[in-house]
Design a protein around this ligand. Structure first.
Ligand code: ADP
Length: 410
């Protein structure tokens, strides 16, 4: 008998998020989060879905190895231990797969070395992802471990979209190009949108707006990404919670030459102190909307800048695709903030885009249409599920390998 469970791990520098899924019916068995790894105040929050009752542990968890061992103990307590034959594989979210990784990939030493080689283009994320993989491999060396890359879905972008217009030799030497991120979400949501429309992904052109704390847009033609708003790093594109998104690159020279700021200070400014938080001091859209409703001018300006950028990308990707069947909103803001959705498509009726106020106001965890009945371009809210997508891709790969024909001899 072979297992059907997949453990999904998303390892950050000081955190590990995890879910255990059963792929026989795509159900969730347990989920949790270890935070503040390496500090005195580490915390593990674990929820077995059978009871839905969360359990918490607090106190120092020294490193990722200790974190994963603690997770394994919690799972074992629910009879879901990592030593169970039911566990088929571990799927790891890996942020940067460069040009090389276009598909989910079974991890071996060569794959680890390639992920490591990409650290210069993903200095914040890939080292943490690698630590997670190494720890999980040490814990279950016999188990297939699969890397699912945030960049993979975007590797279908044509060169015209992926290349920056900078000196080719320099760009190639430093592997500078638009890679895109949130790919697992864009893949899942574009497919789920086609399903919502009752059509095959190959027939449908979709603009996906992933609006979480990080935010990105993608243009998906017939199931394949043809453009996306994040670039070499997740800094480019839309206005985000704490990231600026698009700016004139000369802002950086100016801050260095005239503002006397160091490269690291500018990096922190644009990645952590800009976007909504830089504009109005809040990065939570709920708080910003509350302030807007109270007449707060600064919050209103931040909201307007956010929407202006979003609308520009909808227009740009409409032009890239030529024909758009649906615009799909997803992630924390996209799934929950009706005013954002309404404002983003306001005034775009001549493009066939509109939101029905009553439908837009409905709160639900299900994929749904919010455009008026009979609209030419459907506007949808499609909750993302990156863990399910990682588990699905991981399981499909492991299952496929299991049944793959053995090499032909003579
Ligand atoms: P990430 O995975 O990038 O951390 P999420 O997709 O979880 O982000 O989105 C988080 C954001 O979603 C929050 O910062 C908040 O702005 C927004 N959000 C969550 N719930 C709501 C809501 N009910 N209304 C408006 N915005 C919300």
């Amino acid at each position: 008998m072979t297992g059907t469970r997949v453990l999904v791990l998303n390892s950050g520098s000081s955190s590990v998020k995890y879910q255990l899924l059963d792929m026989s019916d795509s159900s969730r068995l347990a989920q949790g989060l270890v935070e503040r790894i390496g500090e005195q105040t580490s915390r593990l929050r674990h929820t077995p879905l059978a009871t839905g009752e969360p359990r918490e542990r607090s106190g120092p968890i020294a490193d990722h190895e200790a974190a994963l061992k603690a997770v394994a103990e919690e799972l074992a307590e629910d009879g879901l231990g990592l030593d169970s034959p039911e566990l088929a594989a571990i799927g790891h979210r890996v942020v940067h797969g460069g040009k090389h990784f276009t598909e989910p990939t079974v991890i071996d030493d060569a794959v680890l070395a390639e992920i490591e080689r990409l650290i210069p283009v993903a200095p914040l994320h890939n080292p943490a992802n690698l630590t997670g993989i190494r720890t999980a491999r040490a814990l279950r060396p016999d188990l297939p471990q699969v890397a699912v890359f945030d960049t993979a879905f975007h590797t279908t972008m044509p060169e015209a979209a992926a290349r920056y217009a900078i000196d080719v030799k320099t760009a190639d030497e430093h592997r500078i190009r638009r890679y895109g991120f949130h790919g697992t979400s864009h893949a899942y949501v574009s497919r789920a949108t086609a399903e919502l429309l009752g059509r095959a992904p190959e027939e449908v052109n979709v603009i996906v707006l992933h609006l979480g704390n990080g935010a990105s847009a993608s243009a998906v033609r017939g199931g394949k990404c043809v453009d996306t708003s994040m670039g070499l790093t997740p800094l480019e594109g839309l206005v985000m919670g704490t990231r600026s998104g698009d700016t004139d690159p000369a802002v950086i020279f100016h801050l260095a030459r005239v503002g006397g700021m160091s490269t690291d200070e500018i990096d922190t400014l644009l990645n952590k102190k800009s976007g909504l938080i830089g504009l109005c001091g809040d990065n939570d859209m709920r708080e910003i909307r509350r302030r807007v409703d109270e007449g707060d001018e600064q919050a209103k300006l931040a909201f307007d800048i956010y929407i202006h950028r979003l609308k520009k990308y909808i227009g740009a990707y409409y032009a890239v695709l030529g024909r758009v069947d649906a615009v799909a909103f997803t992630a924390g803001v996209g799934e929950n903030a009706a005013p954002v959705r309404a404002a983003a498509v306001a005034g775009l009726e001549t493009l066939g885009l509109a939101v029905d106020d009553e439908r837009n106001a409905v709160r639900s965890d299900e994929p749904r249409l919010i455009s008026p009945a009979g609209a030419r371009v459907k506007v949808a809210v499609v909750p993302t599920d990156e863990e399910l997508e990682i588990a699905t891709q991981t399981y499909a790969l492991v299952e496929g390998n299991r049944y793959a024909a053995p090499p032909r001899g003579n």
